[in-house]
Design a protein around this ligand. Structure first.
Ligand code: ZN
Length: 291
């Protein structure tokens, strides 16, 4: 299934993209006599057990009025309120090289906060003193189950789905101290979406093309097969330290082609557009604007 969240006057609502259009899940649930609202937050907080109910809702929804035209919707963030936002640094060998770093022996984990969450097609305001802004096309992972000390071979069973992410970064702030946090958690610096595609439709997350375009020019072109630590390895590793829960998201690292690795470096400016496209997950388009 392909889930989308879209903005309404009542907040972010959940849609399911089907051949008949985007199912308005709240309206479909009401029509089916389900008393409680099914919001994106409710779905991602419950995780995998809710998928069968959503599938049943699609099956039961025969009234054409329950389906919306995707082109008429304004996307909300694909996961509006993640519990935790974990990121993996230097997870592609050629990106580590262009960053001047040795390939790490263990996953390099860092975090962003929820102020970074932004939607597909949403403008990203750049403050005047954010002068070294860079893009990072990434495969995003949405957790669907609670795991602690999960073995690598079971780790993908806990994944709800996948989405495009752009781990936007301000390099001067990132490198200011030993902590990357400042350069990573600026407002709206993690656009994600437009969809969360459920894991059953992505049987192998380590064989997906991953591409990024700046103003239409192909800048990043790789495959998730080139990750140093696989999605399963990252989940298993992180779960030795912390309990991972439904609604947590992981941005699994960027391949080479970021501005930081270029000479000269022409950083993202208001007016620039960046597009992330991981195979099967749609296109995440965002424009930088003046704050
Ligand atoms: Zn990144």
């Amino acid at each position: 299934m392909k889930l989308i969240s879209y903005r309404t006057n009542d907040g972010n609502m959940l849609g399911i993209v089907t051949e008949r259009g985007v199912l308005d899940v709240a309206a479909a649930a009401q029509a089916a006599g389900i008393p409680r609202a099914i919001t994106p937050d409710a779905v991602f907080r419950r995780g995998l057990p809710v998928l069968d109910r959503l599938r049943a809702l699609v099956e039961a929804s025969t009234d054409a009025a329950l389906f919306l035209n995707e082109a008429d919707l304004t996307c909300g963030p694909a996961v509006p309120n993640p519990g935790k936002i974990l990121c993996v640094g230097l997870n592609y060998a050629k990106h580590a090289a262009e960053s001047g770093a040795a390939p790490p022996d263990e996953p390099v984990l860092f975090s962003k906060f929820n102020n970074t969450i932004a939607a597909a097609n949403e403008d990203i305001p750049l403050q005047a003193d954010w002068r070294t802004v860079d893009y990072e096309s990434e495969l995003g992972v949405v957790m669907g189950a609670t795991v602690r000390n999960v073995p690598v071979e079971d780790a993908l069973d806990a994944v709800f789905g996948y989405c495009n992410m752009n781990d936007l970064s301000e390099r001067d702030f990132q490198m200011k101290s030993g902590q990357w946090l400042l350069g990573k958690t600026l407002d709206k610096f993690l656009p994600l979406g437009p969809y969360v595609v459920t894991a059953d439709e992505i049987p192998d997350p380590q064989n997906l093309s991953i591409k990024g375009w700046m103003n239409g020019e192909l800048r990043q072109s790789s495959n998730t097969a080139d990750m140093i630590f696989s999605v399963a390895e990252v989940i298993a590793y992180a779960s030795r330290i912390m309990t991972l829960e439904p609604g947590d998201v992981i941005s699994s690292g960027t391949p080479e082609g970021v501005i930081m690795g270029m000479d000269p470096r022409v950083w993202l400016q208001p007016g620039d557009e960046y597009v992330v496209e991981v195979e099967g997950l749609g296109r995440l388009v965002n424009r930088m604007v003046e704050a």
